[in-house]
Write a protein that binds this ligand. Structure first.
Ligand code: FUB
Ligand code: ZN
Length: 663
């Protein structure tokens, strides 16, 4: 690659856009679409008409979680006011007994927990609780946490000991209750409630009938709300419902409706087809699946039930080897927003919702805590750079919901969606990205992600049984260049000494063959590299060849680890069983998947052009898309081709795009 001084810090750029643009844009959309007004109506301080889906509250809570995390890193007085006012509003909206769900509070005040498979009450409260935990963690203030405790206590009182018919249709509350259990220093009620929801899943005897009954009720309620809206509009001729930009078309196969019925009625869509301990194959709605797996892994970590781990591992292996796209995206059947059959990975039908990839990040993080295996952190990184980052436009004001790997112009970034679940989900994850960089175990410091981080304090247990507080800082030029520096800024152990013995475990990514490690002013010991050859996965990407390199050392303040990764261009081939891919390749460099976009290749049919595999060269382009490394190549007959990172496609208007290119 042409070596240049990088002008931009990849992550600083994104986190600033998140903090300065995205969070305010999202708030404006939540206000304009009525989502925040719904709380005012439910609190009795506005007499407007409730708008949006029954689960719209969850979008406001996810925004709040993003906002409180952003506020901790990028303090802003306008954001502080929005946060505080919204928390006050939530407090006023909550019923005195802890219940909170604007849809029922406004339209059906006498009904609760009636249609759990469909209506998402527990899902919404889950996002409220996650926001409350984040607010408490980042400010120490308990106002929102207290609201959440009240809501969680309501759930415990209403659900503890109830049968399997009372499990939520969209997993999320389980993650939230386990997080609340942690934040409240181990309140067992919350852990036990989450465990009950998890263990009862898939055990309901009359699931299909119960679902049909709920479906009829939901239909009647929907009709009632529509009639109320008509009456409201007639009485308020100046009422203007929020109009959305047209949504993106997800290309569907001819039998998608049939497949939807089969999945829903069998319970697979909701992961209700079998007890969790038997669910070794990823099925159904992929966000729900990923949230369930995250919760199961959290449960295993928090209550020490290691019997849950083998089933999690099997499901993960199955997903990675047969049901995941090269971008790390999951969900190949748009009508299900979920998984298809093994090797069913049509790039144009690819749904790969941004939220599903985010759910997989959360799951991977839990898996590496449980197992110490580098492949989970590797997939985290891969999904973060590709399947997740594609979800937010460069300006922070436009988003993708479904993320196909081929587009003929039917998909474009939109400022908002009728179901805006992805924008605030990506924002809250970016805002908390520091959580996923490193972790400690007895005598071990794991570096999972090479993301830049300012000095942060962490307690570590040492080899000799004592503890030390350490503070480290990471500088990273990834994903454009392979230069990373990890500095130990400070260490102090319990004896008042600075030098402390522990192992640092550095992930050697699956995409990197050569990883040079030096300790400045010292020697590196114990870094044998034993890694397996990549497996022939469906997508061509195999995180399983990533390993942790162990470095034993007595660390002192000022020690610096200098790491240099090679970043070769890789030509990835899909498994033979994936239809339509036998003469195609996907191009990657480091953790980035590349694509051809029409706008960069005028006059070329990007869907049929045949790439000369030896022609690719990485070139830093300071002007393009905020400063990127592009790949320049040629077709076999000499026509120039230009590849950009997949996550950046669609930032220059409507265009054609393909990840898989002819070879
Ligand atoms: O149902 C809530 C969220 O909306 C899901 O996670 C997304 O897939 C979208 O359907
Ligand atoms: Zn989403």
């Amino acid at each position: 690659m042409t070596r240049v001084q990088l002008r931009h810090d990849f992550w600083r750029q994104r986190l600033e856009v998140n903090a300065q643009q995205a969070i305010f844009h999202q708030w404006e959309q939540l206000e304009a679409s009525g989502c925040i007004e719904n709380f005012r109506i439910a609190a009795g301080i506005s007499d407007g008409f409730r708008e949006g889906w029954f689960f719209a509250d969850s979008d406001a809570y996810k925004w709040l979680e993003a906002a409180v995390r952003i506020q901790a890193a990028f303090p802003n007085t306008r954001l502080a006011t929005l946060i505080d006012d919204f928390i006050d509003l939530i407090e006023r909206t909550q019923a005195t007994d802890g219940y909170l769900y604007t849809y029922n509070q406004i339209f059906f005040p006498d009904t609760r927990w009636q249609n759990l498979q469909i209506e998402h009450e527990l899902y919404c409260l889950g996002h409220l609780i996650e926001a409350g935990v984040s607010h408490y963690e980042s400010t120490g203030n308990t106002q929102l946490l207290d609201i959440c405790r009240k809501a969680a206590n309501r759930i415990v009182e209403d659900f503890r000991g109830k049968d399997a018919g009372y499990t939520p249709g969209h997993e999320e509350i389980e993650i939230a209750l386990l997080g609340l259990h942690q934040a409240t220093q181990g309140d067992k009620d919350f852990l036990e409630m989450a465990r009950q929801f998890i263990e009862q899943r898939g055990r309901s005897k009359d699931f299909a009938f119960a679902l049909l009954r709920q479906n009829i009720r939901v239909g009647a309620r929907d009709k009632f709300v529509r009639q109320k809206k008509q009456a409201y509009q007639a009485a308020h001729p100046d009422f203007k419902p929020f109009t959305l930009p047209p949504g993106n078309l997800a290309k569907k196969s001819w039998n998608s409706t049939l497949r939807w019925y089969a999945s829903v009625l069998s319970g697979k869509y909701f992961q209700q087809h079998a007890p969790v301990r038997e669910q070794t194959i990823p099925v159904g709605h992929s966000v729900r699946f990923a949230y369930l797996e995250t919760a199961v892994a959290m449960l295993a970590r928090l209550n020490g039930d290691r019997t849950l781990i083998p089933v999690l591992k099997q499901a993960w292996e199955h997903m990675v080897s047969r049901r995941m796209y090269i971008t790390g995206g999951i969900g190949s059947v748009p009508s299900l927003e979920g998984f298809g059959r093994d090797y069913e990975l049509n790039p144009q039908y690819a749904y790969t919702e941004t939220c599903a990839a985010l759910g997989s990040l959360f799951w991977n993080w839990e898996m590496v805590q449980l197992t110490g295996e580098a492949k989970y952190s590797d997939l985290f990184e891969w999904q973060l750079y590709n399947a997740v980052s594609v979800g937010m436009g460069l300006d922070g004001n436009t988003y993708l919901y479904n993320n196909p790997l081929v587009s003929h112009g039917e998909v474009a970034r939109q400022p908002w969606y009728a179901i805006p679940c992805c924008p605030s989900n990506i924002s809250r994850t970016y805002a908390n990205i520091g959580k996923y960089i490193f972790s400690t175990q007895a005598g071990e410091l794991y570096i999972h992600q090479y993301l830049p981080c300012a000095p942060r304090k962490q307690t570590i247990q040492l080899k000799d049984g004592g503890t030390a507080t350490l503070s480290l800082q990471i500088e990273s030029n990834l994903p454009w260049e392979g230069r990373v520096r990890i500095k130990i800024m400070d260490i102090l152990n319990a004896n008042g000494n600075q030098a402390s013995e522990f192992d640092v475990l550095l992930r050697q990514p699956s995409w990197c063959e050569e990883m040079r490690i030096d300790i400045i002013n010292s020697v590196v010991v114990n870094t044998p590299l034993t890694r397996r050859e990549p497996n022939n996965t469906a997508s061509g990407y195999d995180p399983g060849s990533a390993v942790f390199r162990r470095i034993h050392h007595s660390w002192a303040p000022g020690d610096e680890l200098a790491i240099d990764f090679d970043l070769p261009v890789h030509i990835c081939r899909a498994h033979d069983k994936v239809k339509g891919h036998h003469d195609k390749a996907a191009i990657t460099r480091g953790p980035l998947v590349y694509c051809l976009e029409g706008v960069d290749n005028p006059g070329v049919d990007i869907f049929t052009a045949r790439l000369d595999l030896d022609s690719l060269e990485a070139v830093y382009d300071d002007e393009l898309l905020g400063g990127i490394v592009k790949l320049m190549g040629k077709t076999v007959d000499g026509t120039p081709l230009m590849f950009i990172p997949y996550f950046l496609w669609g930032n220059r208007g409507l265009s054609h795009m393909t990840v898989w290119v002819c070879i």
